[in-house]
Ligand binder design. Structure first.
Ligand SMILES: [Zn+2]
Length: 429
């Protein structure tokens, strides 16, 4: 639409909300947001904003507005089929099904799955994402760059023992094939996990200077593999995938001079020390692992629903150590993992992981909002302003609530299952 003088007309909207809340200190009820040219121009109490001539009035008085959410660990390329039934303890069988899914997918199907994952993420109020790019990574990265989502796409690599040099060569080739930072999406590296990547692959990934992401201490069997070279993961690598070879050194990291007594987690985080690597899951930590994680400066992406779907949750096992890590000063944020292990076919959203932690463990709603916004932004090295109420916020999410105070409204929204909606859509950078 243009005015008669030819200048574009930027429609202004005044959103009257039940409340406004972020993890940076905004806590207002009722609240008003002035939107100009699809961006937040001002937010605050009705008195502080006042009346705005010509603005369209939008009534969201039964809703709480919060910044768009950060999903710091996802696999958008696995969004083709809907959620699968929970795998429980059958991790090996689940990995086999994922490998079949990926082996049968054409590039067109991968792109369709990524686009579906983006749509489901937006339906879940996600504005920022850490995505493990599927094969071919350039396809996932391109689709993400065409979307309003910002964040990091991680090129994934696999290689143990004598398979490491070719894995490193392939990873470096893939990195050189696409721009490192474009359209709000950076390209990072993900050595898949220490049981599927040897220390040379981790070292090469760290030396690229890119953001790193890995899966760590996801299953109990990982410790047996890394320390003894035995257990269900050895069987999977040897019999199912056929990659186990005589070049694998046990315990993991022996060739890098790692002390024999070091725990499996200590060995892996030492290989990523100082990189700010995102470590997904960390369901099983040893007694001294909190200190070594803090010393290495890694960041935890806790995926509560994914952990629960594989049986890594009470009462089957001890409570997850995320709170001890957070209290020790580690950045702890939230992720969903793939749609395959979620219970929400209609969206991919850490909102539902917040709901699980609020209902199951009674976690403070403000801690959950902090994990789902500014901690996620810190982990992905996105400015906090992108997830704080203000002119740089990457979208505002509305959740229905019957409470009256901002924190009460958030608690009420976490206690119920309603879908989020966008009060202000994220826009492409
Ligand atoms: Zn994952």
């Amino acid at each position: 639409m243009t005015a008669t003088c030819g200048e574009p007309v930027h429609k202004r909207r005044l959103i009257r909300a039940g409340g406004l809340l972020d993890a940076a200190g905004t806590e207002v009820a009722p609240g008003v947001v002035l939107v100009e040219s699809d961006r937040v121009a001002a937010a605050g109490t009705p008195e502080s904003i006042g009346s705005v001539p010509d603005a369209e009035i939008v009534d969201r008085t039964g809703e709480l507005l919060v910044p768009g959410l950060v999903n710091a660990h996802c696999h958008l390329d696995l969004s083709g089929p809907g959620p699968w039934p929970p795998a429980g303890g059958d991790y090996r069988g689940w990995v086999g099904r994922v490998r079949s899914l990926r082996a049968e997918a054409s590039e067109a199907q991968v792109r369709r799955a990524v686009r579906r994952g983006i749509a489901l993420s937006l339906a879940g109020g996600t504005s920022c994402i850490g995505d493990i790019a599927g094969e071919p990574p350039a396809a996932s990265i391109e689709e993400l760059r065409r979307s309003p989502l910002q964040g990091t796409a991680f090129v994934e690599c696999f290689g143990i023992g004598s398979g490491q040099p070719s894995s490193i060569e392939r990873m470096l080739g893939q990195l050189s094939g696409c721009p490192a930072d474009e359209a709000g999406v950076r390209v990072g590296v993900s050595p898949h996990a220490p049981y599927s990547c040897g220390p040379d692959v981790f070292a090469a990934a760290a030396s690229t200077g890119r953001q790193l992401s890995t899966h760590l201490a996801e299953t109990k069997g990982e410790a047996d593999l890394l320390l003894l070279g035995s257990g269900p993961l050895r069987e999977m690598l040897e019999k199912d995938i056929g990659v186990w070879n005589e070049g694998v050194r046990i315990p993991w990291g022996t060739e890098t001079g790692m002390p024999r007594a070091a725990s499996p987690v200590a060995r892996v985080v030492a290989a990523m020390s100082g990189t700010g690597a995102l470590c997904a899951h960390m369901n099983y930590l040893g007694h001294d692992d909190v200190d070594c994680c803090v010393a290495a400066g890694i960041r935890l992406v806790y995926c509560p629903r994914a952990s629960a779907s594989f049986g890594h949750a009470p009462p089957a096992v001890d409570p997850h150590p995320w709170l001890a890590l957070r209290e020790a000063g580690l950045t702890v944020c939230l992720g969903t993992d793939s749609l395959l292990c979620l219970d929400t076919p209609e969206r991919i959203s850490v909102l539902d992981d917040m709901r699980l932690l609020y209902r199951r463990d009674g976690v403070d709603p403000m801690i959950l909002l902090e994990m789902a916004t500014i901690a996620g932004a810190d982990a992905l090295e996105i400015p906090r302003a992108a997830v704080s109420l203000g002119p740089s916020v990457a979208g505002l999410v509305a959740v229905r609530s019957s409470a009256t105070t901002p924190v009460g409204m958030l608690a009420n929204a976490l206690a119920h299952d309603g879908p989020p909606s966008w009060a202000v859509q994220p826009t492409s950078l």
